[in-house]
Design a binder for this molecule. Structure first.
Ligand SMILES: [Zn+2]
Ligand SMILES: [Zn+2]
Length: 264
């Protein structure tokens, strides 16, 4: 029994980490599990980065482009096992996951170069930062910055208020929730500098867009955003679908088609 404990202590000393997905010793997120993540690839909206069936500007961006962001890019799709790793980094105190997760960002930048002079992580509210002890996006940006020799600026924008979780909100509600959630620490701080915003996950891009709006106050030039993972945005129901069962939706759609003016 004592011998087993000693052995365990030696193993723990030699291999302090276990892969949080498969349990393999030696690393917090092993190479094999990392390789399971699916790259987002080329079939995206070139503005918001949402996956699409063809490379295009999606219907949302045609109506409401993600200005002042030039574009949003995600390295891999959000899903298991990457969701475990992001959760571990964000809520589990496992800061050692920043390095393996940042490899997705670096790989993406190798294959899809973006123009930038500075990296800026999406800020946390001061209260949340004090509670968590670190900003996961800043750790990711630091990894990319160190390996690329690019400066990380965490002093340019800050979060003005706590915002309710975005999970249950529609696209429109997310935008409203994020309105003026960030501000510039000092105007005209970045005259014409090109910025790459860094975050862990992007769903609709409302957070990144709000950051970019604050960055524009600092005089920033072109602003791009890159996140480790891209979650598929929740589909907003069409107004005429609200409260209808699927069969009723079809009937309503059918009725709409009947009423639609036919053109010759
Ligand atoms: Zn693993
Ligand atoms: Zn789009």
């Amino acid at each position: 029994m004592i011998r087993q404990r000693w052995l365990q202590a030696i193993v723990d000393f030699l291999y302090p980490f276990r892969c949080l997905s498969c349990g393999r010793l030696g690393t917090p997120f092993c190479r094999r599990c990392r390789a399971q993540a699916q790259p987002v690839g080329e079939l995206i909206c070139i503005r918001c980065g949402q996956p699409t069936t063809i490379r295009c500007i999606c219907s949302f961006c045609r109506q409401s482009p993600p200005d002042p962001l030039q574009g949003i890019r995600g390295a891999v799709f959000y899903g298991s096992p990457i969701s475990f790793a992001i959760h571990g980094l964000k809520y589990g105190g496992m800061t050692q996951l920043a390095a393996p997760l940042a490899t997705y960002l670096l790989d993406h930048l190798d294959t899809h170069p973006l123009p930038f002079d500075f990296l800026i992580p999406v800020p946390l509210h001061a209260q949340r930062l004090a509670h968590r002890g670190y900003n996961q996006s800043a750790l990711l940006a630091a990894q990319v910055g160190a390996r690329r020799g690019i400066a990380v600026r965490s002093d340019v924008i800050y979060r003005t208020r706590h915002t309710p979780p975005q999970v249950q909100l529609s696209r429109q509600q997310r935008l409203q929730n994020m309105e003026q959630a960030f501000a510039a620490t000092q105007p005209h701080m970045l005259a014409g500098e090109r910025i790459l915003l860094i975050d862990d996950v992007c769903t609709t891009g409302a957070t990144l867009r709000a950051c970019a709006t604050a960055l524009k106050e600092t005089g920033a030039g072109e602003i791009w955003a890159l996140t480790v993972a891209r979650a598929r945005a929740p589909l907003d129901p069409e107004p005429w679908q609200n409260g209808l069962r699927p069969d009723q939706v079809f009937l309503a759609w059918d009725a709409m088609q009947q009423q639609a003016p036919t053109s010759l």
